[in-house]
Design a protein around this ligand. Structure first.
Ligand SMILES: Nc1ncnc2c1ncn2[C@@H]1O[C@H](COP(=O)(O)OP(=O)(O)OP(=O)(O)O)[C@@H](O)[C@H]1O
Length: 254
């Protein structure tokens, strides 16, 4: 269960958006995708999910080219939580989570017991079981985000791609969602802005700047004062947390 990108390049509107991006996520790894606004994180996630075709390079799922795979087959493997997941129809939380089961429906219908079990497990894991009957339009931003993550989990993917999943979440839910992602036996690629959370929950991080990978490795190897200053143009003090050793970033005013 590995997802890899090999020299992915993509231009949009005459501008280079992804520039020869290469990386491989091993089975069960949580990879943090870091980089400033507009550095190409969401675009790379879309390419990894087979939603956007790169100009050159290839994405492989267990060694197979994603571009050659049927959509339904990709959807049984890869679940995506995008930044602006929304729904036009005013359905309930449970209905949204149940959408995650669509890729598993065969021509002879679905495994109803399996579907119900997956939906239940996803609701429980994300703490949305208490919201199951609530209408989407009545949910807060954080509740919507957790519902979308539940939908992705109900899909029972082997790879999970999340675009800023902690957006809108309070601190407790940020910690809970990232702990959950890390504990799941899935390969996850997570776009994140918060370097401290990335340090706490990612096995490895990849840093993009103007579409190119400028650093990659464990959070301890990558997240340091020079990176924060070079890539984000922010002065910071980075220390190793005395308890767990993770790099801890304290920003200075600009
Ligand atoms: N369809 C498009 N046409 C032209 N430019 C695009 C298109 N989609 C994205 N871009 C540009 O590609 C660049 C990368 O965008 P992307 O959304 O991947 O960045 P990001 O790192 O996810 O940013 P953020 O942190 O702000 O979410 C941006 O400059 C964006 O304006």
């Amino acid at each position: 269960m590995t997802l890899s990108a090999e020299r992915i390049s993509l231009s949009l509107g005459g501008r280079s958006i992804l520039d020869s991006v290469t990386f491989a996520a091993g089975a069960g790894e949580t990879i943090g995708l870091l980089g400033p606004n507009g550095s190409g994180k969401s675009t790379l996630l879309r390419v990894l999910a087979g939603i956007r075709r790169p100009d050159s390079g290839r994405v492989e799922l267990d060694g197979e080219d994603v571009q050659g795979m049927r959509r339904a087959r990709i959807a049984r493997r890869i679940a995506v939580v995008s930044q602006h997941s929304d729904t036009e129809v005013d359905v309930t939380v449970e209905d949204v989570v149940r959408l995650g089961r669509i890729p598993h429906r065969g021509i002879f219908g679905s495994d109803e017991a399996g579907d119900a079990e997956a939906v239940e497990a996803a609701l429980l894991a994300t703490g949305t079981d208490g919201l199951r009957g609530r209408r989407w339009s009545t949910l807060s931003g954080g509740e919507r985000q957790r519902t979308q993550i539940a939908r992705a989990l109900a899909q029972q993917p082997t790879e999970l791609l999340l675009d800023e999943p902690t957006n809108h979440l309070d601190i407790a839910h940020q910690l809970d969602i990232l702990a959950l992602v890390r504990e799941l036996p899935l390969t996850s690629v997570v776009a994140l802005h918060d370097l401290n959370l990335a340090a706490m929950f990612c096995d490895r991080v990849i840093v993009l700047e103007q579409g190119a990978v400028v650093a990659a490795g464990t959070p301890t190897e990558v997240i340091d004062e020079s990176l924060v200053s070079r890539v984000y143009q922010v002065k910071a003090t980075v220390t190793a947390d005395p308890t767990d050793g993770y790099p801890t970033v304290r920003y200075r005013p600009r």
